[in-house]
Each structure stands twice: as C-alpha cells, then as structure tokens.
Design a protein around this ligand. Structure first.
Ligand code: GLO
Ligand code: MG
Length: 344
C-alpha cells in the first residue's frame, strides 16, 4: 500500500530558519547534499523553482540555462530522482515588485513572460511537463492600484503564451488568498479553475492545492480538492497545515488538525490520486527552533502521517458509515470518525 504513493518536496523545504524578524539559525546545505537526502527521507520527486535548478539565471543566456539544467538532470539521475515540476520565481526580482504578469509597467510584464519561457526550457531539460504557477505578486496592496478585470486578462494572456511556447507542458496554478500581497487575484481553487477555462487549452491548465492556502481563504482543503477532482484538474498538491488565519505557516501535514488532514487523505485515496503519476507534494517548513541535525523531521513526519492516515481512511467501517448517513444520524457518524481517529 505505501508503495502506491510517491512523495515530493522542494529544496526550499530544507531551510535555514530565517523569518521576517530574525536571521538564519541553521547552516545552509548545498543543493547536491540536499538531493542526497531525498531517498533516505522516503521521497522520489523534487519540486523546483527555476533558479533552484539554475541559480542566477537572469544573467545567463537561454542556451546556458538549458546546459545548466541538463547538468541538474544528470544529478537527479545519479540519485534516482524525478523532477516533479518547475515554478518560475516571479517575486524576487526588482521587475516584479508591482506584480509579474499584472505589473502596471509593460516592460516588467515582458520580463515575467520571458522568465516563464526560460522556466519551461528548464522543465524540458529536467524532463518534467509540469509548471507550477504560484502567482505571488499578482494582486494589490490597495484596491485602486490596478484593474482587477484587466489583471485576469493579463494572467490568461501570460498562460496562453506559455501553452503556445511548448505544447507539451501542463500548468498547475497554486492559488493563495494573501501574502505577500494584501489581496491576491487568484485566491482559491474556484478562481484558478475558472481561469483555466479562459485559456486556449483548458485541459492543460489545472491546480496545485496547498492545504494552508485553502485554510487562509477560510475554506476546507479537502473540499477544495474535491472540487478540483470533479473538474479533473488536481494536477498536484502542497500538503501542510496551518493554525488559523495568520501568516502562512507551512506546518507539518496533520500537525494542527488531524481530522482535517484525514479528510484530505481520504478524498485523495478515494479518487485514486497518484494513479496518473501525480506526486503527493509537501510544502512544509521546519520550526525555527529545530537544531541542524534534526531539521528534516518535518518532511519524514508529514509523509508518515499521510501514510498512516491512508490506513485509517481505508479501515473505516463503511457499512456503518453508510447506514448512519441513511439514518441521518450525523452525531453518531461524528463519534465514529473521532473514535476511529483515536484508534478505536
Ligand atoms: C508560498 C507558496 C510557495 C510555492 C512555491 C512553488 O506560499 O506555497 O512555497 O509553493 O514557490 O511555486
Ligand atoms: Mg506551496
């Protein structure tokens, strides 16, 4: 059973612990060393930002970028790892201060589109077809700064450009309602799926649902997943956990609300998530307090919690569940689920 799911995380999920109020608390680990940690932790897939694969790419030619990315492909081969996706990092350069595809300055929008084409080249060199778009700065700090209707057209136009640039790629939009922006233009799964239908190839545009992002939008992650599954658009997931409405915490999966995690696992397992090659992706951060030697436990623990919840989900007495649903005795169903989660 545990063989059925393949797990992935990004190199940024092993990090030095800096936050907006304090510096790093752990040493950096070089990329090649991080790659060596994947298999030991039980992971088969690597999620990439474009510049995780090709650092300093804005100062390299398109040919140089592909050459570097091919070197990374060889490193992955050496470790027996797959590249799950590549995401353009469109939130750090000075040209993305006011947004990337929705920047008010056309030259900045052009930079974002060009950078996205380089990301696609990197994905091809790493032998993955999946591009993740976390639209970090596509939104506003004040309502009057941009036109929210034009912004949607600009996002669709950028996506169409990417789809045309390489007919093999698929794009998973990762919605998030806020942070770094006050208000993001594509805050939820519903928005992302609606955008997909405005593009030239809707079947190639889906979503990456992050548990914490759904929670920040006041929504239940498992229902968001169900919605995407109904549209055949759940291209990948970013599982983690989140303690209420505050900054994006990226806690270990299931660490805050086990029942909420259980329901995510239950719907993924019920709909055979992974059967079409999807990875169970994590986007989790170690606590700042964690010492260097144990700063990967959040990854191993999240995976372990997922696999244990698969067992829990599969061992539920569905006959009784169905009877209680038929009887509309949801109090008893509630108790049955809680009992089951408590090991009874
Ligand atoms: C931040 C996002 C971020 C993305 C990553 C891949 O809130 O979750 O971690 O998932 O940059 O695009
Ligand atoms: Mg994420």
């Amino acid at each position: 059973m545990s063989g059925k799911y393949r797990f992935s995380f990004g190199p940024w999920n092993i990090h030095e612990g800096a936050d907006p109020f304090g510096p790093t608390v752990r040493d950096g680990i070089e990329f090649a060393k991080k790659l060596k940690m994947y298999k030991n932790l039980g992971f088969d897939g690597v999620q990439f930002h474009d510049d995780d694969a090709v650092p300093d790419m804005d100062n390299l030619s398109a040919q140089e970028i592909v050459k570097k990315a091919k070197e990374v492909r060889a490193m992955l081969d050496g470790e027996g790892l797959a590249a799950e996706f590549v995401a353009p990092r469109l939130w750090e350069d000075a040209r993305t201060i006011d947004g990337a595809y929705t920047a008010n300055d056309p030259a900045c929008r052009e930079y974002a589109k060009d950078r996205s084409r380089r990301t696609i080249d990197i994905a091809a060199a790493l032998e993955t077809r999946l591009i993740v778009l976390w639209l970090a700065r596509e939104g506003t700090y004040i309502r009057e700064a941009k036109d929210s209707s034009v912004a949607v057209e600009q996002i669709v136009e950028a996506i169409n450009g990417m789809l045309a640039y390489n007919p093999d790629i698929r794009i998973a939009i990762e919605p998030k309602p806020n942070e770094p922006m006050d208000q993001a233009y594509i805050p939820t799964t519903g928005h992302a799926i609606a955008v997909s239908f405005m593009t030239d190839a809707p079947q190639r545009v889906g979503v990456n649902i992050e548990s914490a992002h759904a929670i920040l939008a006041g929504l239940d992650p498992s229902d968001e997943m169900g919605f995407a599954l109904a549209y055949n658009k759940l291209f990948t997931v970013h599982l983690n956990d989140q303690n209420g409405l505050k900054f994006d915490e990226d806690k270990s999966f299931g660490a805050v609300d086990l029942r909420r995690a259980f329901n995510q696992v239950r719907i993924l397992d019920r709909y055979d998530y992974g059967a079409a090659g999807e990875f169970v992706g994590l986007d989790v951060k170690a606590m700042r307090t964690q010492k260097q030697s144990v700063a990967t436990k959040h990854l191993a623990n999240s995976r372990e919690i997922f696999l244990r919840l698969v067992k829990v989900a599969r061992s539920i007495d569905n006959k009784t569940v169905n009877q209680l649903i038929a009887d509309r005795d949801y109090e008893e169903l509630d108790m049955l689920i809680v009992d089951h989660l408590m090991g009874k």
